[in-house]
Design a protein around this ligand. Structure first.
Ligand SMILES: *[C@@H]1O[C@H](CO)[C@@H](O)[C@H](O)[C@H]1NC(C)=O
Ligand SMILES: *[C@@H]1O[C@H](CO)[C@@H](O)[C@H](O)[C@H]1NC(C)=O
Ligand SMILES: *[C@@H]1O[C@H](CO)[C@@H](O)[C@H](O)[C@H]1NC(C)=O
Length: 279
């Protein structure tokens, strides 16, 4: 009897801990602790002792090797936040200011362990050569933070149609708002969000999704797999793509992307075949 009671108490405390770790406020706090009064403060991050860290898909062992060391704050207030309570993950799109005065695009993903420490820390900062961060709006449309509550499955269905359509080379089954704009590394594409998909017709592989069921925002992490072409001809394109889904349609998209010359095939470090992966 006593041991059964102990077991119950133990189970209960574990459930309480894991729920607490994945509350929206806990996730938000984990990210917010990185920038103190708008300045990066990597020492205030609560890292798990076995934390895994990657920077542009490469494993690093210390935050001293991360782009954070060169940031002096945010260049623009623009922020897109995805709080995935089920995956205990916070993902944020932002525009930090570099020590040399330039603006960067940064996608940061943190996954917390059951005690609320950061177990996974992933950053993508596209090479400045291929980005136009100064073209980014100062703020995203307020629709991004408005409540667009939907089930995980419903949001997943809408955003999955996007890479599926690109692979097919046809965007007709991708539900997009008529006002939808796609920002590719800062640049607002003058095309419908489901336009010119015929240009691609390439597999979109190694997909990972993080979904906020309250705001309808999501991060899709995937690769335009060019392996049908001769090796080295075209780089593979690795993306952190932020979606807002409102009333069953994609409202807008902000993408951070980086070219990867694979040898022979790009591997997502967090994906099933990657060094860190089983996401
Ligand atoms: C920080 O900036 C310096 C100077 O541009 C550069 O050499 C270095 O690689 C940067 N560090 C990181 C971790 O990006
Ligand atoms: C935000 O988006 C809505 C819907 O497209 C639009 O009507 C509104 O003008 C936008 N607001 C701003 C400030 O751009
Ligand atoms: C897409 O991926 C599938 C499965 O990996 C493969 O069989 C197919 O050849 C790929 N198609 C292209 C166009 O790369």
């Amino acid at each position: 009897m006593t041991s059964r009671l102990h077991l119950l108490v133990l189970l209960h405390s574990q459930i309480t801990i894991s729920l607490a770790a994945c509350q929206r406020s806990t996730l938000q706090q984990a990210y917010d602790s990185l920038f103190q009064e708008d300045k990066p403060s990597i020492s205030s991050l609560k890292l798990a002792s076995n934390v895994k860290i990657s920077s542009n898909n490469v494993a690093i062992t210390s935050l001293q090797q991360s782009p954070f060391v060169n940031y002096t704050g945010y260049a623009k207030p623009i922020r897109i936040t995805v709080l995935d309570e089920e995956k205990c993950t916070v993902a944020v799109f932002s525009a930090p200011k570099n020590v040399d005065g330039t603006t960067n695009i940064l996608s940061t993903r943190m996954t917390l362990n059951p005690t609320g420490e950061i177990a996974e820390l992933e950053t993508l900062q596209p090479t400045s050569l291929f980005t136009l961060p100064s073209f980014l709006p100062d703020q995203v449309n307020t629709t991004w933070t408005a409540s667009s509550t939907a089930s995980r499955a419903d949001i997943q269905k809408v955003i999955t149609s996007y890479p599926d359509g690109i692979a097919l080379g046809d965007g007709k089954d991708v539900p997009v708002a008529s006002t939808c704009t796609r920002y590719e590394n800062g640049f607002a594409m003058p095309l419908a969000c489901n336009g010119v998909f015929w240009l691609f017709q390439t597999n979109i592989s190694q997909r990972r999704w993080y979904i906020d069921t309250k705001t309808g925002t999501a991060l899709g992490n995937f690769v335009f797999d060019q392996s049908k072409y001769p090796a080295g001809l075209l780089p593979q394109l690795w993306l952190h793509e932020y979606f807002k889904v409102d009333q069953g349609k994609i409202f807008e998209i902000f993408a951070a992307m980086e070219s990867q010359y694979p040898d022979p095939i790009y591997k997502d470090i967090w994906g099933p075949k990657g060094k860190f992966g089983s996401n």
